[in-house]
Ligand binder design. Sequence first.
Ligand code: NAP
Ligand code: MG
Length: 498
Amino acid sequence: MTAHALSPQAREFIEGDHHLLIGGEWVRGRGADIPIENPASETVLTTIRAASTEQLDHAVAAARAALNGLWGRMNVRDRGLLLNRFSALIERDAGIIAEIMTAELGQTLASSRGVAGSLSPALFRYYAGWTDKITGEAFDPIVGADVQQFMGLTIREPIGVVGAIIPWNASPGMMGLKLAPSLAAGCAVVLKPAELAPLCASYFARLWQEAGGPPGSLNVVHGHGATIGAAMASHDGIDKITFTGSTAVGKAIVVAAAGNLKKVTLELGGKSPFIVFPDVDVEAVARTAASWCFVASGQACIAATRVFVHADIHDRFVEALGNHTRNLIVGDPTEPSTNLGPLVSAAQKQRVAGYIASAKAEGARMVCGDEPVPAVGHYVRPAVFTEVDPAMRIAREEIFGPVMSVIRFDDEQRMLDTVNDTPFGLSGSVWTRDLERALRVARRIDAGQIGVNVHGPMSPQTPFGGNKQSGWGREFARNGLEEFLKIKAITIRIGDRP
Ligand code: NAP
Ligand code: MG
């Protein structure tokens, strides 16, 4: 995509200043310059300035001051109204946000519109509705001999200052998952977007100001993970880190968080199974498997990267998959006909190429994926491999690119053993018309979210998160809100005083 393909509003925003938002003020970053590339044109869109660690300290202090000030005293109705206004502003500007997202990330405009115009505002509206429904309980504690002497109460309080660290993929959705429940809970937030794609976060900061967010309630700092991200993870002034990204960085955050034992929620990698039994419409399910493996050019944590196909339909399925995938259009993400845009960076493209080479070297059969790609832009053709042994690297590691492993099975139990033989446990789906089988298999997959004849549904009401090394905690739904609340128990003597 070339810069002149952008609307005037999107271009003006991208080429403008991307200051930090600290305590309600726009502050020029004093850290390194970070050029932001358009991965489709390989041109520099703009340059942002990272925060210094001293500026991070200011942001954390501003968040603390907000908790102790206007933001902390705002009543729950007004907090809900604020989040609803913010949601409406995201909806108003969804077209611009989608353009920015496509420009910095390379994801197709159609899918950017889905994230910016639908998922993200829906999350803010959903959590706006929770603000005035955060309640505790009353109970009869048994203290000593007499139950009647005491009364117990629990109250739910905001967990405090939250550090939110997000990856580059689907950042308006990621911000919905981090900011909506934490702000609804009454926390004050310091957000650090990924340096590869920070512009949507910069836009959200502007909208939060427009919505009337009190100073310090949301602070946005730019900067690299190794410096600013790591400083957040170890910061004594931060009470909780909510993180989405790779499993390796998740582990580093847990170690860094030990200093003040801050609470941590992690949404990490996946290697999600897509399990196909013989009683399905083979062609239709093959197309669906492709769409869920190659979503966002495979740069999605829930991507259906391991496709288990029953031996009875395996060859027909693979043929349909190959025919469909070879016809997918890889190119300019702003073209409505494009199915897959570029990967986010040259490094990511190189990483994926390494996996494709390893699959070939390990003896997997490439059904498609060798066709040419545009010369400029970080493009990769969607690749389908069959005869994949579950021990091969492409079947075990998260690739974060458009590479599918098809694994043949005939025995249900052995297939499930293979499905679960992974450090990941994020998502998965089972495809069959036999409801008993669907539920039996769904219960045996060790993952946080299973679809039956649907893959990776993202709804505000549906809890989402990983088992095993795919994460800690849950996002979406009431569960996502609970991650930002702490319970205080109060016991009151109501009978005779001692
Ligand atoms: P990443 O390298 O883990 O980065 C994620 C974020 O963490 C970025 O903002 C990054 O900063 C920051 N970071 C890097 N090192 C850090 C450190 N030592 N301390 C604190 N923060 C640090 O992940 P990515 O490559 O950007 O994104 C792809 C990964 O995210 C994949 O593995 C994918 O599965 C995972 N993901 C998971 C989900 C989910 O919901 N489970 C969703 C989407 C993506 P900079 O990049 O700016 O340096
Ligand atoms: Mg990174």
